[in-house]
Write a protein that binds this ligand. Structure first.
Ligand code: PMP
Length: 386
């Protein structure tokens, strides 16, 4: 699509050229990675190379990477009562998730719904550590807390969460899908037991992801049974092009060593200053705490997100609304609701997310679209107020 400005990187980042080349190269190759002949060994080698590259992105051992069809599947695999640290460990009977998790975590994976409970967040969108401590009293629990929120960009204090969870004998899963290249996501430094990644959020292809697991953790009941691929943890012939593209994207992120974060942070300052100068009553969600440098989630009294997203789209700018649309009804974001945002304000939530190839001119284009849109979208409100 020509003459479009894409500012929805948290939904899916554009494919990086090297990831594209890796995908295309593997589409040309024949062979099942489990076959012993030369063709099979060739594609197996590509998978193992990518495994090393993805592991390096988060400072983990290659052997700890389990490739999946994406983060949704990695989260489902992680949220299983059957993880054991040592023989004789009982199954985890409870799952605690933060109130701002992605739907694939909030649904509770393979835990019965009655065994899943939520840990609240404060007005900044940060998990309440006191509530976590309280809810951990009792039998050991599996806990899932995301590293950074996809809607607001709010970053969670994972190291402190890990300490609290481990002191209570629990296991910690971290959905780190939005973190690579934006904030630190070293597996050992975070002290997570399980960590989820997704290829298409980092410039790899859609349909590939990974679950990283700490050495010594075993899963007694896997999601898919069959050919024993991925060390018996995820049966099914591997998505070789997707995995190769994932590895190439991971390598690219490591090579740019912090430049993307600095670049997107500068653009965000430009964006937020510009938006505020056009509409001084604008609200930026989560700005009081630490946020991903590439993410802005905002609203304005009187704004309707559905209308604004269409308005931006017609102006050639792709952004996303902070509300989830399900069965034809627009639901206010559970993330903003958990932060205590007024539902009327939450209905206007717009998310802008950027990446390494976003330019200042793209932000200027959004700002000029906002200037026009805010005049017409907020006109009715002003006349009511007048
Ligand atoms: N977790 C988070 C935080 C996400 O943002 C997303 C994608 N929106 C997912 C999980 C699911 O990722 P995938 O598309 O790879 O299944």
């Amino acid at each position: 699509m020509t003459d479009r400005v894409y500012l929805d990187w948290n939904a899916s980042a554009p494919l990086r050229p090297k990831a594209r080349a890796a995908v295309l190269a593997m589409l040309e190759r024949t062979g099942n990675p489990s076959s012993v002949h030369a063709e099979g060994r060739d594609v197996r080698q590509a998978i193992e190379r990518a495994r090393g590259e993805v592991a390096k992105l988060v400072g983990a051992d290659a052997g700890s990477v389990i490739f999946t069809s994406g983060a949704t599947e990695a989260n489902a695999l992680a949220l299983s009562p059957g993880w054991v640290r040592s023989p004789g460990d009982g199954p985890f009977m409870r799952l605690l998730v933060s109130a701002v998790e992605h739907a694939s975590v909030r649904e509770g994976g393979r835990f019965d719904r009655g065994r899943v409970s939520q840990i609240p967040v404060d007005g900044r969108g940060v998990i309440e550590l006191g509530a976590l401590r309280e809810r951990l009293a009792g039998p050991p629990a599996l806990v899932s807390v995301m590293l950074a929120n996809n809607e607001t960009g709010v970053v969670q204090p994972i190291c402190e969460v890990a300490r609290i969870v481990h002191e209570a004998g629990g296991l910690l899963h971290v959905d780190a899908v939005q973190a690579p290249g934006r904030i630190g996501c070293d597996f050992n430094a975070l002290d997570a037991d399980l960590l989820t990644l997704s290829a298409h959020k980092i410039g790899g292809p859609r349909g590939a992801g990974a679950l990283i697991r700490k050495a010594g953790l075993h899963l007694e009941d896997t999601l898919t049974r069959g050919g024993g691929q991925e060390r018996g943890l995820r049966a099914g012939t591997e998505n070789v092009p997707g995995i190769a593209g994932f590895g190439a994207a991971a390598t690219e992120i490591l090579a740019q060593s912090g430049q993307e974060a600095a670049h997107t942070r500068r653009l965000r300052t430009m964006l937020e200053t510009g938006l505020r100068s056009v509409t001084p009553d604008i609200v930026f969600f989560g700005e009081e705490g630490e946020r991903l440098p590439n993410t802005t989630c905002f609203s304005h009294p009187g704004l309707l997100a559905e209308t604004a997203v269409i308005g931006f789209d017609l102006a050639g700018v792709a952004v996303s609304s902070g509300s989830a649309c399900s069965s034809g009804k627009v639901q206010p974001s559970h993330v903003l609701a958990a932060m205590g945002v007024d539902p009327a304000l939450a209905r206007g939530a717009i998310r802008v997310s950027t990446g390494y190839s976003t330019k200042e001119a793209d932000i200027e284009r959004l700002l000029s679209a906002w200037t026009k849109l805010s005049e017409s979208l907020l006109k009715g409100r002003k006349s009511i107020a007048a």
